[in-house]
Design a binder for this molecule. Structure first.
Ligand code: LMR
Length: 398
């Protein structure tokens, strides 16, 4: 039956973790997947989450099904976090939010909904983008093109190229935008640049699809949602937001995400939501209970929310320190050209290392990075930093 099935290559990101786990060399470092590790090399369990978890365990509630679109309190708190508690879009009932299986589930359900509603629409993603964006939208039947984004020469943004490419897209094209902490490059737009993109998108009648998986990892929960807030205030009739708590709550395996669709008015939002529910039903029927209860429990309590903001702030500050430490160590070794790493935002840095150099990092130093040169700065620690810097220096000098 399956004789003709061919072996396909492993996932470029998650496949690295399999290889890393199988590696028996001491001192190995995984800078592949986007996970934040603490100083001891552990994935943190946030204290605010632990408190809710204990309360849930004590209450020992039965596990019924959630509604198709998820836990209502979770959806509501998610809307406030993304659009701002005083958002006019929310008071006007223009946002349809559904709990999804991670940010990936939000992307897939959003893609399925758009393909069905706007069958002729194409999508443009940044060059480069998260590896899975092309796969998810491609599998949903979209023709995927890209717009210029990263400038390898400056290790920064090719903003003129981006505007030029977006300006050429046909009206109705879906544009995938990373709200903050761009994955894989770590290169973000300033608020002023976002405003220009918003105006262009509006003028060209494009449909923004904003992916926000790292809210709070660069400047803070509000500042990192600048793109969403600007689109929200722009008067455009519709846009889509896929969000994730994997990183900001350190709840990777709980798969807590959400899809929010902004519609023209309350009635349109209701109709959209009914279709999203149908799409979810055909995918995973209804979402899982535990992760959403944890997030809703934290965000719904003033005290726990403040605790979360502070714990998230600690992760953010530590990533900034790790960036600075890596840059300074590389400069001491004689490689000042890596200074750009400190300008990049979030978990990732596009290090500029080639595929061959990444292979040498793995083969000679047991350091794992994505083949494109992406490294997860948030997976460093003060004990691995020197070793990583020395290895990066060595491979960069051929
Ligand atoms: C990453 O880019 O490493 C993360 O978003 C994890 C994933 O699913 O790829």
């Amino acid at each position: 039956q399956f004789a003709s099935v061919e072996l396909v290559p492993g996932d470029p990101i998650l496949g690295l973790t399999d290889a890393y786990n199988a590696d028996t060399r001491p001192g190995k470092v995984n800078l592949g997947v986007g996970i934040y590790y603490d100083e001891q090399g552990r994935i943190p369990l946030l204290k605010c989450v632990e408190q809710v978890e204990k309360a849930l365990a004590d209450a020992a509630k039965p596990r019924g099904y959630l509604p198709i679109d998820g836990l209502a309190a979770y959806d509501l708190e998610t809307q406030k976090l993304l659009f701002g508690a005083d958002s006019e879009l929310l008071s006007a009932g223009r946002v349809a939010t559904s709990q999804t299986i991670g940010g990936s589930g939000a992307l897939r359900v959003g893609a399925d909904f758009l393909k069905k509603t706007l069958p002729k629409a194409r999508i443009a993603i940044s060059n480069p983008s998260w590896e899975n964006h092309r796969v998810v939208f491609g599998n949903a039947g979209f023709e995927v093109s890209d717009y210029r984004y990263y400038d390898p020469a400056s290790h920064g943004l090719d903003f003129d190229g981006m505007l030029e490419d977006l300006g050429k897209l046909e009206a109705g094209t879906v544009v995938l935008l990373h709200a903050c902490c761009h994955n894989p490059t770590g290169v973000d737009l300033t608020a002023g640049q976002w405003q220009q993109v918003v105006e262009l998108v509006k003028q060209r009648q494009l449909l923004p699809f904003i992916d926000i998986a790292y809210q709070g990892f660069d400047k803070g929960t509000d500042a990192d949602a600048t793109a969403i807030r600007l689109f929200g205030a722009s008067g455009i009739p519709a846009f889509v937001v896929a969000s994730s708590y994997s990183k900001s709550f350190s709840l990777y395996g709980e798969r807590v995400g959400a899809l929010s669709i902004v519609a023209a008015d309350r009635d349109e939002a209701k109709r959209v939501q009914s279709n999203i529910k149908r799409t979810i039903r055909a995918n995973w029927s209804s979402p899982s209970t535990h992760g959403a209860a944890l997030v809703a429990g934290v965000l719904g309590s003033t005290e726990l929310r403040a605790m979360w903001e502070s714990e998230l702030g600690e992760m953010r500050d530590r990533i900034h320190r790790l960036r600075a430490g890596l840059v300074s160590k590389l400069a001491t070794l004689g490689a000042p050209e890596f200074a750009f790493i400190q300008q990049q935002a979030g978990m990732f840095s596009y290090s500029g290392l080639s595929k061959e150099q990444v292979d040498r990092l793995r083969d000679q130093y047991a350091i794992y990075a994505v083949g494109t040169g992406r490294i997860c700065v948030a997976a460093l620690s003060s004990s691995s930093l020197d070793r990583v810097a020395e290895a990066v220096y060595a491979v960069s000098r051929g």
